[in-house]
Ligand binder design. Structure first.
Ligand code: ATP
Ligand code: MG
Ligand code: MG
Ligand code: MG
Length: 487
């Protein structure tokens, strides 16, 4: 199919190959750069070239880079466009072409190759980047491509339009292309943040500075181009589905999970859909991380994959994958879903298939280990519920599990509070969530204080290092932003 994820990837790479770019393979999710935890963008493998530390092999390159962004974990399944694992298509210039060609080709790719209507495209530029603004607006600088009217070029601030890969390193102003799903609605500023209205899909970074340790910007020796186009986002636009999850890149995984949960995605309510999307997302991240050699552990990258696995297990149970067998789980279910991901992996990374036995084995071991923890928690919860029920009977009150107990289950036994509530609810017992939240907050404050005192072993990327626990992992991680620092 012309708009399949695989063909979009192919068409992007071929488009730039025709324009003098060498097609290079994706780098591993585990970067060579020791200061970065995981590969978050296509530029990472080229960082030493941008910084002038390593000579360029070619002046222009194009890649489809597999990426992990743990900072987007809370968005997964909740926005229509964010994943922890995604593919970033990129074209790169190492001191070769700059703004004019980058903008011209991006527009040509979008309009002529992918066929998006020009009147649905909006542009953002960095606030003071008059040069980029006029390249977009002035047809003379992009002959034959049409002018973008000023109303559809927005100047945006540092947060959106100054791209940096980390606290230090190569960076620069950027310019992005957005797709408008509802041009008939007219423009209102508030729509900018609504991804059922606008979706950012292509970011062109004019890489011309290095941010040094003291935070200042020093000009790079040469002007570079670094771009990123989200494959899943382009697939969503071209396949005309309501979100990235329903594209052919992810939906078959969701269908597999639905089958195991014995639910129909189409008929499921929103919360079940969200859970299925989270599983679809996390399974891809898990498989590719394991494939790239990350082993579940309590620190750094290992902790990232462990969190994802535990979250997938929990969400899978909430989605009903183990059904009524809770407390009596026969075996692991993640490997069954992982097999689907592996089947679909060939065009993303041809090495995954050969590694399948190891990936599935590690996944099974990790899942079963976590399930044991969960089961221990379930026994304890059972005792707590019996006590809560009998004391309520004695005192003539409504049965309630204390927040301290719920917290103990969470913190020491790795028992997610959502499951505590669910199980308690089935027995007619409520959970004192106020006290639970206070306990969580106390723990967060304590570990934050400890966190700031600990020198992190890997990474200097703010988003990613925030996810490294500073203590031995004891509790189950809910992966809320609060829990991230709790470890
Ligand atoms: P957003 O504002 O939507 O979070 P971003 O500005 O953080 O995106 P960039 O850092 O500019 O994204 O990355 C380049 C491109 O990679 C984006 O334009 C988008 O197409 C894609 N992308 C970024 N983050 C994600 C993600 N979490 N999941 C899927 N695609 C992503
Ligand atoms: Mg983002
Ligand atoms: Mg953005
Ligand atoms: Mg962006």
């Amino acid at each position: 199919l012309y708009t399949s994820g695989d063909s979009i990837r192919r068409r992007f790479l071929d488009f730039y190959a025709l324009r003098g770019h060498k097609i290079l393979p994706s780098a591993s999710l585990v970067p060579e750069d020791p200061t970065v935890l995981l590969t978050i963008a296509g530029m990472l493998q080229f960082k030493p070239i941008f910084l002038g530390k390593v000579p360029r092999q070619v002046p222009r390159a194009t890649t489809s880079q597999r990426c992990i962004r743990t900072n987007d974990i809370e968005n997964v399944g909740r926005t229509s466009r964010h994943h922890t694992f995604f593919e970033m298509l990129g074209n790169f210039s190492f001191g070769d072409y700059f703004k004019k060609e980058a903008i011209k080709w991006a527009w040509e790719l979008t309009i002529s190759e992918f066929g998006l209507p020009a009147e649905r495209l909006w542009i953002s530029v960095y606030e003071d980047d008059d040069e980029a603004f006029s390249i977009w607006h002035d047809e003379a600088s992009r002959p034959g491509l049409g002018s973008v009217p000023v109303e559809r070029i927005k100047r945006m601030g540092e947060e959106d339009n100054f791209w940096t890969s980390g606290v230090t390193g190569p960076c620069g102003p950027c310019s992005e292309i957005y797709y408008d799903f509802h041009p008939e609605r007219g423009f209102s500023e508030t729509d900018l943040g609504d991804d059922s209205r606008f979706i950012e899909f292509y970011n062109l970074v004019f890489m011309q500075y290095n941010r040094t340790d003291d935070g200042s910007l020093e000009p790079l020796k040469q002007m570079n181009i670094d771009t990123g186009l989200g494959l899943e986002r382009m697939a969503r636009i071209l396949q005309k589905v309501p979100n990235n999850y329903e594209t052919d890149l992810i939906f078959p995984i969701i269908e597999k999970a639905s089958e195991l949960a014995n639910v129909s995605y189409a008929r499921a309510d929103d919360s079940v859909k969200t859970n299925l999307k989270i599983i679809g997302d996390h399974m891809r991240a898990i498989v590719f991380l394991l494939s790239d050699g990350v082993v579940p552990s309590n620190i750094g990258r290992g902790y990232v994959v462990r969190r994802l696995i535990r979250r997938a297990v929990r969400i899978g149970r909430l989605a009903g994958i183990t059904g009524s067998s809770r407390g009596n789980i026969e075996g692991a279910f993640l490997p069954t879903i992982a097999e689907k991901v592996i089947d679909m992996s060939t065009h993303i990374d041809s090495d995954v298939k050969a590694r399948a036995p190891r990936i599935l084995e590690e996944l099974k071991r990790e899942e079963l280990r976590f399930v044991q923890t969960l089961e221990r928690g379930e026994k304890l919860l059972d005792q707590m519920l019996v006590e809560a029920l009998s004391s309520a009977k004695e005192n003539g009150t409504t049965p309630c599990l204390s927040g301290k107990d719920a917290f103990l289950l969470y913190d020491t036994y790795g028992f997610p509070v959502e499951i505590t509530r669910e199980v308690a609810g089935e027995r007619g017992v409520s959970v004192d969530m106020n006290t639970f939240d206070i306990e969580m907050e106390n723990q967060r404050r304590q570990s934050q204080a400890a966190h700031s005192a600990v020198k992190l072993e890997v990474g200097n990327d703010a988003d990613l290092t925030a996810s490294i626990p500073n203590t031995e992992f004891l509790g189950y991680d809910t992966l809320s932003t609060r829990a991230v620092v709790e470890g």
